[in-house]
Design a protein around this ligand. Sequence first.
Ligand SMILES: [Cu+2]
Length: 141
Amino acid sequence: MRYLRFAAFILMVALTTVSMSQAQSMKGMKGMNDMHMMNMSSHGKTATIQGEVVDLSCYLTAGQHGAKHASCARKCIDSGQPVGILTKTGKVYLAIGPNSKPANKLLVQYVAEQVEVTGQLNERGGMEEVSVKKVEPLSSK
Ligand SMILES: [Cu+2]
């Protein structure tokens, strides 16, 4: 009887050790995946997208955009709210400016207008992003 108890104890210790090391290795793998994703996104594809310049504060919270909302959007973008591109299919990109600066100054002149933006595209955590290299109003094309 004593021997059985001892054997059960050993078995329990062994099982605990195994499940702990499994949890550890899963953690390790998750870390590796995150690193891999980081590497991938630093090589985002350069592409061209078309859409409306929107202030993300009013678009995301209230769905406001377009000509009727242009003056509010201009105020929002001028005061530093994030700026984005709303495509015809309804996809929204957060616009990030070059040289660690916001894209606001680059895009505010085209507020509520259709533009073509060229830059690197990235997606992380369900969020789309365009690193703006070049912007042209579609009306000039
Ligand atoms: Cu607004």
